[in-house]
Design a protein around this ligand. Structure first.
Ligand code: GCO
Length: 480
């Protein structure tokens, strides 16, 4: 028998066509983030975060949308957990709003805020769903921003204190902890490109922010290990699968630069306790890294239990003019931290694109996972993967999101392909459980496997969620 035949033995035809060769115990989940779904922005003692402020600056977010109401998950969490459960998912990745738990980001705990997450965790555990908690998904308390935000070293210390509070309360039931979600976005989109809160356009600030985010991560990792029972602690990066546009070597130097500022700026300090030498040289005109103090890199390289990988599309880069220039798409924010960044192009490749204009190419996920496994050796988890398409609810009440269904099928198969090539991948979380607040795009882009009607808050399970659920069931069936 071939391994495929072996795996399919005893399964119904529908099951065997859906089952993926993934290791026993592989986690299947869906992900969200606090500001994107909770709403109840001024309830239960929550105070503003930088996103509450940024969303109110005219022109920063499409239609002036805010997270004031979002998916009203704060009030509807039990219904949302029931939906997760109905899909047969075993894990739920969510984030905690710092200013709900500790208004102002320092000092006294707000019991009402912490109780919300206590209830959510109980609801999940009661439904047999493993909570996967992210401590920071971009919603910094505004008061900390007023004191400099992530450019201020003290923010890292405040973050560790807040993390200890959350871990002390929930650490008896939450095993999977992520410190930061996508610090690249916090630092570069927030402080250099200005398209995310706090909206600064100071490239030098972005590097100070990177360092203090990493320091906060290291301190929080230690704090969670002290306060929680046997936790697995990791960090979630939007590692970029950087590919040169031209394969003749012309674009290799640009690919190296982007890989340094997008990936290795985080991976190297986390794994090896140093910033990449080539990066230090590339950005020498911007910063001398004098914000790095004795002992910081040891804290930052505190061993982690897993790396969370968020993947949506490959990042194709070019230095060329001509054809590449004609096809240069969005994404130039990646180059913003560099002086003379105008020479980095992000060509749009032919093929299918989502409503965000992102290329559908699952080979990028396989290659990225294999590469990260080989270079760094951490257990990996795909903590976000998904696609924006605007398919609405049909007259028969169904959401026929065939493109998203195909996207998820291809990317799950791409994870299995990475596993077959030796990568230690332990889970997959669809982004997102619900249509939600897509940051600067407001409510215009829908990533959910569950549709949300923002007027009525009615949830409708999309076809993609049903298909995902079927694949999960079939894959698990082969384990028994
Ligand atoms: C991110 C965030 C999510 C986004 C998602 C789609 O990766 O940017 O973690 O909050 O909503 O990625 O853009």
């Amino acid at each position: 028998m071939s391994s495929t035949e072996l795996l399919s033995a005893g399964l119904s035809p529908a099951e065997s066509s859906s089952a993926l060769a993934l290791p026993v115990g592989f986690r299947f989940g869906a992900a969200t983030a606090s500001y994107q779904i909770e709403g109840a922005a001024a309830e239960g003692g929550r105070t503003p975060s930088i996103w509450d402020t940024f969303a109110r600056i005219p022109g920063k977010v499409l239609n002036g949308d805010t997270g004031d109401v979002a998916c009203d998950h704060y009030h509807r969490y039990a219904e949302d957990v029931a939906l997760l459960s109905s899909l047969g998912l075993d894990s739920y990745r969510f984030s905690v709003s710092w200013s709900r738990v500790q208004p102002g980001g320092a000092g006294a705990v707000n019991p009402a805020g912490l109780d919300f997450y206590d209830r959510l965790v109980d609801e999940l555990v009661g439904a047999g769903i493993e909570p996967a908690l992210t401590l920071y998904h971009w919603d910094l308390p505004q008061e900390l921003q007023d004191a400099g935000g992530w450019t201020n070293r003290a923010t890292a210390e405040r973050f560790a204190e807040y993390s200890a509070i959350v871990a002390a309360k929930l650490g008896d039931r939450v095993r999977l902890w992520s410190t930061l979600n996508e610090p690249w976005c916090s630092a570069f989109l927030g402080y250099a490109a200005g398209v995310h809160a706090p909206g600064h356009t100071e490239p030098a600030e972005a590097f100070a922010a990177v360092h203090h985010l990493l320091l906060g991560h290291g301190l929080a990792t230690q704090a969670v290990r002290q306060a929680a029972t046997d936790p697995d602690v990791g960090i979630v990066l939007n590692t970029f699968e950087v590919r040169p546009y031209l394969s003749d070597g012309t674009d290799d130097e640009v690919a190296r630069r982007i890989d340094a500022v997008a990936n290795r700026v985080f991976l190297e300090p986390l794994k090896n306790g140093r910033y990449p030498r080539d990066l230090l040289i590339d950005v020498a005109d911007l910063t001398d890294f004098s914000f790095v103090k004795d002992g910081d890199l040891e804290i930052i390289s505190t061993p982690i239990d897993f790396l969370g990988v968020n993947y949506y599309q490959p990042t194709v880069v070019s230095s060329a003019t001509g054809e590449a220039a004609t096809n240069a798409g969005h994404g130039s924010v990646l180059a913003t931290p560099y002086p003379g960044s105008g020479d980095v192009l992000f060509p749009t490749l032919p093929g299918e694109h989502t409503s965000m204009g992102w290329l559908v190419d699952e080979t990028g996920l396989t290659d990225l996972l294999v590469k990260l496994d080989e270079l760094y050796g951490w257990p990996l988890m795909v903590t976000e993967n998904g696609a924006a398409y605007s398919t609405g609810v049909g007259e028969d009440g169904r959401v026929r999101d065939a493109e998203r269904t195909a996207y998820i099928e291809k990317h799950l198969a791409a994870v299995a392909a990475a596993v077959s090539r030796g990568a230690d991948v332990r889970g997959y979380f669809a982004w997102s459980l619900l249509d939600n607040y897509e940051w600067a795009y407001g409510y215009t882009e829908r990533f959910g496997i569950i549709h949300v009607d923002y007027d009525t808050q009615v949830r409708t399970v999309k076809d993609s969620a049903r298909r995902y659920s079927e694949i999960v069931a079939a894959t698990r069936a082969q384990w028994v």
